[in-house]
Design a protein around this ligand. Structure first.
Ligand code: FAD
Length: 519
């Protein structure tokens, strides 16, 4: 072979221009690597899903007539890291050129750029051709020393790509229908939630291999993998979403449900969300295709899908997803060290078991362990909020999120976790800290009615821990938040209390933090 081309596990884009031409001189390498299974403890379903999707792409490329070398952990176990494997392959095949697609993760981009700098043969890095904004365009949108806000960026994207626009105005007259997205799911709405479409991918060989190599993982593995592992399954999931979920997507986007309330338990874990994040982040489908299909479904729905629903969905993909990526590249590598609130507490061990008496956390964590999935508000307002108001070290929080979710890759995980949810970036991603007491959880879900703790109490033994922890957090960071117009009312209420009353709440929170393992 003259050229070796590397395809990383999250670069499974069969539509890449690389594959438009067949060339017997080019060998594609797709490899399971210990360095990727071991840099954090991943959910078992996540490792299985990536390996299965890599294998599926290898076979598809092979069938299409490309030369592919698919290497398993058995084949790569003796190589210390990716560069040592590449060095071996380039020599073995006497390759005269090495090509790769730009990694989306800083760690890998650095590793490959360092490796290719010292190579004596030609090397070249290509765009992944996946995102709306190419790598080279990012610096036009994300500039050093400028404050970036998602909403502003999102409007530019809508205009530039002419999505849901009428001339230069947004369709329906409004750019953003977020205010319509704050509904709780009531008993009457239960029949609107479809049972999730799941796949039954037999991955026994991969599971065996992961066990044989003693890869440390977390979470539960079912007999068959539920997640899509190829393009046709990803497209089926997209169709299912457009047909059954999109009409309610925006409306219930922020809602949460205690599955025990449902007649058939454990059926409705993803509510009306798309679960497309794994297909998107592994690049099995493109954001353009997802947005195009969703907009077509909206246009053909005769008004059943309203503008508020489709706008809410398009905003997540062309707005949040692309924005988060821009913020990541603008701020790495310093971003991974930011700890604006100096949080340093240890994450309680029940984050790996779900064994806590707090019903909201028990559900969000158990579901994450069972499915490698939680929807946005569970991530932000249940697990994220708890870590924020308990002052957990953001590096530990990052590691948990990076490991547990099927869609977690650092470029998208870190700005969401360290930034949006932990405010460790001091407001680079969002303008406020998403801190909440039990009251919010009660408003958005039905977790509280079945909980051991009482949401309307603060000091008693059975008081919801979120209440005193919230005030403890707000009090501790008064210097940082008092000037934020959104927090002014909160502090006005807090400061109305007597010193003794405030001290009681703070003492309660301190005792909870000491006993955090047993909450
Ligand atoms: P839907 O609700 O159906 O949304 C559709 C798509 O929009 C998603 O598939 C996703 O691609 C995109 N999207 C929505 N919100 C965001 C966002 N804030 N940032 C980027 N893309 C977004 N998303 C990841 O893909 N990987 C992560 O590791 C990740 N970690 C997160 C950690 C925290 C603390 C929080 C608060 C959010 C995180 N998110 C992450 C964003 C979001 O929660 C997930 O994208 C979403 O829950 C995936 O489920 P879904 O496909 O059903 O999403």
């Amino acid at each position: 072979y003259k050229t070796i081309r590397l395809v990383l596990g999250d670069q499974l884009n069969a539509s890449h221009s690389w594959f438009q031409e067949k060339n017997n001189d080019t060998l594609y390498v797709i490899a399971e690597l210990h360095q990727e299974t071991d840099y954090v403890v991943h959910h078992i379903q996540k490792v299985v899903a990536f390996f299965a999707a890599m294998k599926a792409l290898s076979s598809a490329l092979n069938k299409a007539g490309h030369q592919v070398l698919h290497l398993t952990l058995d084949d790569t176990k003796d190589f210390q890291d990716l560069p040592s494997l590449l060095a071996h392959l380039l020599k073995k095949y006497s390759a005269t050129a090495f090509e790769y697609q730009l990694p989306d993760e800083y760690r890998l981009r650095e590793q490959l750029s360092k490796y290719t700098r010292q190579l004596e043969i030609d090397s070249c890095a290509y765009e992944t051709q996946h995102f709306y904004l190419s790598d080279s365009e990012l610096s036009d949108y994300f500039k050093q020393d400028t404050k970036h806000r998602m909403e502003h960026f999102y409007r530019k994207m809508r205009s530039r790509f002419n999505l849901l626009m009428e001339g230069s105005s947004p369709q329906g007259g409004q750019w953003n229908y977020d205010a319509d997205n704050r509904n709780k799911i009531k008993a009457d709405d239960f029949d609107k939630i479809p049972e999730p479409l799941i796949f039954e991918n037999d991955c026994d060989d991969i599971i065996e291999r992961i066990k044989a190599h003693k890869i440390k993982t977390m979470g539960m593995m079912t007999n068959n993998l539920y997640w899509p592992i190829n393009r046709s399954q990803s497209l089926a999931l997209l169709r299912f979403f457009c047909q059954h979920c999109l009409k309610y997507f925006g409306r219930f986007q922020d809602a949460m449900l205690d599955q025990q309330e449902m007649t058939v338990q454990e059926k409705y874990w993803s509510l009306l969300h798309s679960r497309l994040s794994f297909s998107l982040n592994s690049k099995m489908i493109s954001p353009h295709h997802v947005v195009k299909q969703a907009i077509e479904a909206y246009q053909q729905s005769d008004g059943e899908i309203t503008i508020a629903q489709i706008e809410g969905f398009v905003r997540q993909i062309i707005g949040w997803r692309e924005f988060i990526r821009g913020i990541y590249w603008l701020n790495m590598p310093q971003y991974s060290q930011l700890n604006y609130l100096n949080a340093s507490n240890k994450m309680p061990s029940w984050f790996w078991t779900g064994k806590t008496k707090m019903n909201c956390l028990k559900h969000a964590i158990s579901q994450s362990l069972d499915y490698a999935y939680a929807h946005h508000i569970q991530r932000l307002m249940i697990t994220g909020n708890f870590c924020l108001i308990s002052g957990i070290d953001p590096t530990e929080v990052d590691a948990w999120y990076l490991g547990i979710y099927i869609d977690a890759i650092e470029w998208v995980e870190m700005p969401n976790t360290r930034g949006m949810s932990q405010f460790a970036d001091g407001g680079i991603v969002g303008s406020k800290a998403y801190a909440a007491s039990g009251n919010y959880v009660n408003k958005m879900s039905n977790y509280c009615s079945n909980c051991h703790y009482k949401v309307n109490k603060t000091l008693e033994d059975n008081a919801c821990p979120l209440n005193s922890l919230y005030w403890h957090f707000m009090d501790k960071h008064q210097d940082k938040f008092a000037n934020n117009p959104r927090s002014r009312m909160v502090y006005a209420n807090w400061n109305k209390k007597t010193d003794a009353q405030r001290q009681q709440v703070l003492d309660k929170a301190t005792s909870l933090l000491i006993d955090i393992e047993n909450l």
